[in-house]
Design a protein around this ligand. Structure first.
Ligand code: ATP
Length: 322
């Protein structure tokens, strides 16, 4: 039995179709990243999975239970931890009171250990909390009853880089211990570090579900080479060269530095440039942003050839966000 199963999930808000026939399953023991830009429909899926919204069409099962059945939903929620995108705690309560309330409702197997990692100021009232402290308290309440499955909506928003790293290490350790994690994000680097598989949503539709590794393999390598004299473009027209750009010369094609994405056989590439004297060569894993550009920035199956791209600008983003 999968931890979460969606079958043809459709959700309309009046005229707006926020989720359109979404089908996928989150398997037990995996970390599944749900990726998409703002407004793609991630929160809508999560709120439907939690039974907070009812589907317009389709079915949703959470830990094997039908979320539209009140009793079954309650059963599933006992073994679930949920961190909303904007946790709303009672503003007049202190952090400690929130934890006590949560312990009485769902149990408390591990808040002491969690508070060593994420340490919100427990004696302060929530209205005095910063965004980061709210997020830390949210993480403690999500995990303190030792759930089997956690659903996290943009979990690292508001956390500083040190805490983000601590969160990543924590999630990896939890996964090793058998926890299932479903989390949404628009931050590619986060997903890459944590996930086994990703689902990508765009305009309410699922674009792909696949292992992070296969996304990376398909995205190929990022190659940067520097020769001590211009390399004729035809020498670089090797199968698998995409987005070729040359820099450093007076005009297109007469520079001595070349960058491109490469999805072909690296030996064929090396053979093609063997006769030229190189000053430098680097071959790195392509940024996940490149893969996303295929989903969001154009036709994924219609990659331009090397010559078409020789003078074109790059669409490689550097921010790490979708
Ligand atoms: N209550 C609502 N009423 C009407 N439209 C809504 C409502 N909630 C969301 N929407 C619309 O549904 C679409 C999907 O929104 P959703 O919040 O699920 O996206 P998201 O991927 O979670 O975005 P974000 O990353 O910004 O949280 C958007 O077009 C949004 O404007």
């Amino acid at each position: 039995m999968a931890a979460i199963e969606l079958e043809g999930l459709t959700k309309d808000y009046g005229e707006v179709r926020a989720n359109d026939g979404i089908t996928f399953a989150v398997e037990r023991g995996e970390v599944f990243g749900y990726l998409g830009p703002n407004g793609a429909g991630k929160t809508t899926t999560i709120r439907t999975v939690l039974g907070l919204l009812s589907p317009t069409a389709g079915t949703v099962r959470l830990l094997g239970r039908d979320v539209t059945d009140e009793a079954q939903l309650l059963e599933a929620k006992r073994r679930l931890g949920y961190l909303p995108d904007d946790p709303a705690f009672d503003e007049t309560a202190t952090g400690r009171e929130i934890l006590d309330l949560h312990a009485s409702l769902k149990g408390d197997e591990r808040s002491a250990a969690l508070l060593e990692l994420f340490d919100p100021p427990l004696d302060r009232e929530i209205r005095e909390y910063s965004r980061g402290n709210v997020q830390k308290l949210g993480l403690v309440t999500t995990f303190m009853h030792d759930p089997d499955l956690v659903i996290l909506d943009e979990p690292t928003s508001g956390l500083d880089p040190l805490l983000q790293q601590r969160f990543n290490e924590f999630v990896r350790a939890e996964r090793e211990a058998g926890l299932t994690v479903f989390f949404s994000s628009h931050i590619l680097s986060e997903v890459r570090k944590l996930c086994d598989r990703v689902g990508i949503i765009r305009d309410g539709r699922l674009v792909t579900v696949e292992p992070v590794e296969s996304l990376l393999n398909r995205s190929g390598k990022f190659v940067r080479l520097h020769a001590d004299e211009p390399i004729p473009i035809r020498s670089l027209e090797v199968d698998g060269v995409h987005g070729l750009e040359s820099n450093g010369g007076a005009g297109p094609g007469d520079g001595t530095e070349y960058v491109f994405t490469f999805t072909g056989d690296i030996n064929a590439l090396l053979a093609a440039i063997r006769e030229y004297r190189l000053v430098d060569l680097s071959i790195e894993e392509a940024p996940l942003e490149d893969v996303f550009m295929r989903f969001y920035g154009g036709n994924a199956t219609d990659a331009p050839t090397a010559t078409e791209q020789t003078t074109a600008g790059t669409d490689r983003g550097g921010s790490g966000d979708v």
